[in-house]
Design a protein around this ligand. Structure first.
Ligand code: SF4
Ligand code: FE2
Length: 630
């Protein structure tokens, strides 16, 4: 049994956890303990449930499933199914944005507008769409190319990948397809043709008796991941920027201390800003603020959790109550009137937990139902109306708040956030040159992108923060997204003061640019921003992404989405660190392909390391090696 202090480095979390212990509230850690030790077949990827001749488990004595599938086939099949689910999550989010954007362009939805015409024009230029036309005509054409990527049936690569990926990388992918064909005699496509099609094809190939060879399966996994990174996620990010504004530099507050005892607290949790932007707008309206006063509150305070938090903090400066693991703890503060959710990373435990409080746990998406939730159906065509209803429900709940149960941790940190690629380039004076010069001069040795989740198996935020600290000390600029970004914000690494923790070179550059040494680039779909930044550097230097001193990491990864993200970075030429170990240990062949075999083909590869200090050293070695080639 782990002691409390081994569960998180965040004092606010430890504070609420001791309260939970005292009051007997159940948390994610309690359930993890009950589920441990985990099934070894599941953890190594050796359990197959893909047909009912099974389920089959692979051991030394039973090396084949009933159908004859071996360890490599089963492990690879399981992995790409997980990857397909992750790519589906990002891309279904992207589709919703594209569909809405199209409706706005067609004049069929008045609850949303085009907020950033400059961004729309810059996207249009990438597709050689005339920008001299009126805005709605440009928007219609951009919507068409985006929607086409979800539905076109030809063999050509995605429109977005063609328009955004750097030239050299596209040549690499072409060469990889040719090399695989000449080595194996089998056609193995890497370039994604249609986002939905690649996900569907993963499901088809992993059906019993279709694709039964690890390499062939993994290549389809790579293609699906590319459909996410340079497709679904990128479309989500780009069109959200057009609809809601491209993020710029701003200061926000982070951690549970942002909750306010004298206000109606609404937490937005999940992923899609289509909902959260409207909730924030409704809450800020004078009418709703007035209603809150009528029930005795001083006002309405909206805070975010998880990636929804990242979306609204990047664009609107809304405070963040915490990352994924804070979701249950926020309710336990006793001051949350409503926890409003849409999709992804939302624990089904929240419904029963909310019942112990006055908190309304409000689900909104037709794709996601939860036990014991209040469902208020969100509809983009009546977005304002629904958002208002949600806020009114929260205001009503304020009356039921039990002062005996109020316990707000005091922890709050400040963070400078909002580093979209556009904002970074603006800070650099209009071109990537100053950053490239700083890298060439060795003031910045390289860049590491850290992404992803929290995992209760790992001390919460500990790997994120130790790794970040080690890297900036070594003059390595750290950028990232998702729950890592929230961890870094809470730990004070995104304050300008954090420059003091950086090595001399990085410190000098950050001082000159007035930025922290650790840059918040947004939500998980915004990992696409890191691809776009890498592409800008590669194109500027006329090299491939794999030539750049870049490394990626998902140090506390949890979700299937992270499998897809890690893979599209590897496929884009970036070495990627992972911890914990993914469920592939059951096949040496699969481990070999992903950690070694891919290197020669794609330039990127995975490596596994449990220790943050050793991870940072290994990243530095990789970066120094890449620098030699410059
Ligand atoms: Fe077993 Fe093969 Fe069926 Fe999987 S697909 S459950 S290995 S028989
Ligand atoms: Fe996320």
């Amino acid at each position: 049994k782990r002691e409390l202090k081994d569960l998180s480095i965040d004092p606010a979390v430890l504070d609420i956890l001791s309260l939970a212990k005292q009051k007997n509230y159940e948390t994610v850690w309690d359930r993890l303990e009950r589920q441990s030790p985990h099934c070894k077949f599941g953890s190594s990827g050796l359990c197959c449930r893909n047909c009912v001749m099974g389920p089959c488990r692979i051991t030394e004595k039973t090396p084949k499933g009933v159908c004859g599938a071996d360890a490599a086939t089963i492990v690879a099949r399981n992995l790409i199914r997980a990857l397909a689910a992750g790519a589906a999550a990002h891309s279904d989010h992207g589709r919703a944005v594209a569909v809405l954007f199209n409706e706005v362009a067609q004049g069929k939805n008045k609850d949303y507008q085009i907020a950033d015409e400059a961004k729309l024009k810059s996207i249009a230029e990438k597709f050689h769409i005339h920008t001299s036309q009126d805005i709605t005509s440009i928007a219609k054409e951009v919507a068409r190319v985006a929607l086409e990527d979800f539905g076109k049936q030809d063999e050509k690569a995605l429109n977005f990948l063609e328009a955004y990926a750097p030239q050299k990388r596209k040549e690499t992918w072409q060469k990889v397809e040719e090399a695989l064909f000449s080595q194996t005699g089998k056609k193995m496509g890497i370039l994604p043709r249609n986002i939905d099609r690649e996900i569907t094809e993963c499901m088809h190939r992993t059906h019993m008796g279709v694709d039964n060879q690890a390499l062939s399966l993994l290549v389809q996994g790579v293609r699906t991941a590319l459909a996410d990174g340079w497709g679904g996620s990128l479309i989500a990010t780009e069109l959200q920027d057009v609809l809601f504004g491209t993020p710029d530099k701003k200061v926000i507050k982070a951690n549970l201390g942002v909750l306010k005892e004298d206000q109606v607290n609404i937490i937005v949790h999940g992923h899609e800003p289509i909902l959260s932007e409207q909730v924030v707008a409704a809450a800020m309206s004078p009418e709703m603020q007035e209603k809150a006063k009528e029930v005795g509150a001083q006002g309405i305070n909206v805070a975010g959790i998880c990636c929804t938090a990242n979306e609204v903090l990047m664009r609107l400066g809304v405070p963040v109550a915490g990352n994924m693991i804070h979701q249950e703890l926020a309710i336990m503060t006793g001051v949350v009137e409503a926890m409003v959710v849409d999709v992804q990373c939302i624990f089904p435990s929240l419904g029963p937990l909310a019942k112990c409080f006055h908190t309304k746990f409000i689900s909104t998406s037709d794709r996601a139902a939860f036990p014991e939730a209040v469902h208020i159906q969100f509809d983009e065509h009546h977005a304002r109306e629904v958002a208002q209803k949600i806020v009114e429900t929260a205001i009503e709940a304020f009356k039921e708040r039990d002062p005996q149960k109020v316990h707000i941790p005091q922890e709050v940190e400040e963070a400078v956030v909002g580093f979209s690629v556009e904002e970074i380039i603006k800070i650099l004076g209009g071109s990537p040159k100053p950053l490239v010069d700083a890298i060439l001069a060795g003031k910045i040795k390289g860049v590491v992108g850290i992404v992803g989740c929290n995992n209760p198996k790992i001390k919460h935020d500990a790997f994120h923060i130790s790794l970040t600290k080690e890297l900036i000390k070594k003059d390595i600029l750290v950028i990232g997204t998702g729950c890592w970004a929230i961890a870094a914000a809470k730990a004070g690494f995104m304050k300008l003061d954090a420059q003091a923790l950086a090595g001399e070179g990085l410190k000098e550059v950050c001082k000159a640019l007035d930025i922290p040494p650790v840059l918040h680039m947004g939500s998980c779909v915004d990992c696409s921003r890191m691809l776009v930044l890498a592409a800008a550097l590669a194109d500027y230097l006329k090299v491939d992404i794999s030539d750049l001193p870049l490394v990626g990491s998902a140090p506390e990864w949890t979700t299937e989405k992270a499998v897809s993200i890690g893979t599209y970075f590897v496929a884009s030429g970036v070495p990627v660190h992972l911890w914990p170990m993914p469920p592939i240990g059951g096949s040496e062949e699969v481990v070999g392909i992903l950690t070694e075999g891919v290197k020669d083909l794609l330039g990127g590869y995975f490596f596994i390391e449990e220790d943050p200090v050793k991870t940072a050293s290994r990243m530095e070695r990789i970066i120094m090696e890449k620098r030699k080639a410059f």
